[in-house]
Design a protein around this ligand. Structure first.
Ligand SMILES: Cc1ncc(COP(=O)(O)O)c(C=O)c1O
Length: 474
């Protein structure tokens, strides 16, 4: 037997072994600790090794993976993961990946797998429809939101700036995701070309500050060209005033990009559509299916109101490739983005949407909106705590009530550690301009009422725990 070419029967045997391990993992997911990173450095060191010359059995390697490697981690696929922006990990998407990997069709060019490319095109068209865009729109699936923001920035640069683009200025609120600054750097802009627009009391971009900065930059001979609005900031979940930003962009002839990596899929819900009103006026939108559509990590998305803008920014021909498709409904993804060869990632979006329907996602996302509101009311009912950012979507932030800022920060940090200690839920915090806050972000498809009950109990126990205040004294 050639170990690189298993027969069908041998593949089944492998899948049986893997399936057994995964079934045990899935059945234990709800009870697993929300974090288990103790001993991580020792584990990592013990795993470092030279390239093996000979193979080992799959059974023994699965033992290493499932008994040693996988458990020591933040439990990002678990129901108690309310930290950062939770990802997903839909098992059915992993099944789609398996199909994509074993069939290994090529989706960079339409002619190589027209059916698979069409399924991915369907997904992108569904997303464009969700934004409110027509047939002229389009996009690509990326590895994540950061790459999506990069593609948007490069496309805006190509559309709005001359080849010598260094006078181009980008505007984003001071709470915009750091991938916007990173994208600017990768695209060749000095980081000083990214203006941090001030926030209002609800952590949204202040449009008066945006307008003042644009005017200032024009007066200085610079070239404003791009405004990035956030539809769900990572820090506190705020949604920038997209309609007003769109008015400014129209008046000033600027490209409008909306980073909806966190909040975009709430467009499937009525409340989300109201919160993200104005998004359809953007020139480009970042979505992150591995957040709001619960997919496994590795699936982002960039959409353009005019698909041709993507092509103009990315199309480069080569004699060894077939000529690009000229019919509008045949998309060559390699023509629309930076990648040539890549996985058939559309399948992992298409299969769950076809299998359970968008309605199930809408229901789940509505539930997350409700759960975040419930968790927020639990916090609000505690007189010793104050809600700093309301749950516009499914993320809110709070802190301990205390006049003394230093003591407040210390107590809030200690409260966060105490809530996380039982490892039933995992929350993270963030330093804001006026101090540290604890964030709760509900986005995992496995988070239901039980996890919010656990949060309520662990919050109550943390607030009652001796030492929460003592240690704060200087
Ligand atoms: C608002 C926002 N934009 C962009 C990103 C980057 O996305 P990714 O981690 O998929 O690259 C994130 C990640 O959390 C985010 O919250």
């Amino acid at each position: 037997m050639n170990p690189l070419e298993p027969t069908g029967a041998e593949l089944r045997a492998m899948l049986d072994l893997v399936g057994g391990r995964l079934a045990t993992f899935l059945d234990g997911i709800a009870e697993a600790p929300a974090t288990d990173t103790d001993g991580g450095a020792k584990l990592a060191r013990s795993l470092a090794e030279p390239m093996p010359e000979r193979g080992r059995s799959l059974r023994s390697l699965l033992g290493v993976l499932f008994e040693r490697v996988v458990p020591t981690a933040l439990h990002t696929s678990g129901p108690g993961y309310l930290a950062y922006i939770p990802g997903g990990g839909l098992p059915v998407s992993a099944v789609a990946d398996l199909i994509a990997g074993i069939t290994n069709r090529y989706v960079g060019l339409w002619m190589a797998a027209p059916g698979l490319v069409q399924l991915e095109t369907n997904v992108l068209r569904w997303f464009c429809g969700m934004i409110g865009w027509d047939e002229a729109a389009g996009g690509i699936l990326t590895s994540g939101g950061s790459v999506a923001n990069l593609v948007a920035l490069v496309t805006a640069r190509r559309e709005r700036l001359p080849p010598n683009f260094l006078g181009g200025i980008i505007y984003a609120s001071s709470h915009a995701h750091h991938s916007v600054r990173k994208a600017a750097l990768i695209a060749g802009f000095p980081v000083e070309n990214v203006r941090e627009v001030a926030l209002d009391a609800a952590f949204r971009m202040r449009v008066d500050d945006l307008e003042a900065r644009i005017a200032e930059d024009r007066a200085a001979g610079l070239t404003p060209f791009l405004v990035v609005g956030s539809a769900g900031t990572t820090a506190v979940g705020a949604v920038d005033p997209l309609t007003v930003i769109a008015d400014v962009c129209a008046r000033e002839r600027l490209w409008m990009h909306v980073d909806a990596a966190y909040g975009g899929f709430f467009l499937l819900t009525e409340r989300g559509r109201a919160a993200l009103d104005g998004i359809a006026r953007a020139d480009s939108v970042t979505l992150d299916p591995h957040k709001g559509l619960f997919l496994p990590y590795g699936t982002g998305c960039i959409l353009m109101r005019d698909r041709e803008t993507l092509r103009r920014a990315h199309s480069v021909s080569a004699g060894y490739l077939p000529p690009p498709q000229t019919e509008a409904e045949r998309w060559d993804f390699a023509e629309l983005g930076p990648e040539l060869s890549r996985d058939a990632r559309g399948l992992r979006v298409w299969l769950p949407l076809k299998l359970v329907g968008a309605g199930e996602f809408r229901k789940q996302l509505d539930e997350k909106l409700d759960l975040a509101r419930r968790a927020c009311e639990i916090v609000r009912a505690r007189p010793g705590l104050e809600v700093v950012a309301e749950p516009v979507l499914s993320l809110f932030a709070f802190r301990v009530r205390d006049e003394d800022v230093q003591r407040r920060d210390a107590r809030t940090r200690r409260l966060l550690a105490a809530i996380n200690r039982p490892r039933r839920v995992f929350l993270t915090g963030v330093p804001l301009a006026d101090g540290f806050v604890i964030r709760v972000c509900v986005l995992s498809f496995r988070t239901h009422g039980r996890s919010i009950d656990a949060f309520a109990e662990d919050l109550a126990a943390a607030l009652d725990s001796p030492g929460l205040d003592d240690a704060a004294r200087p």
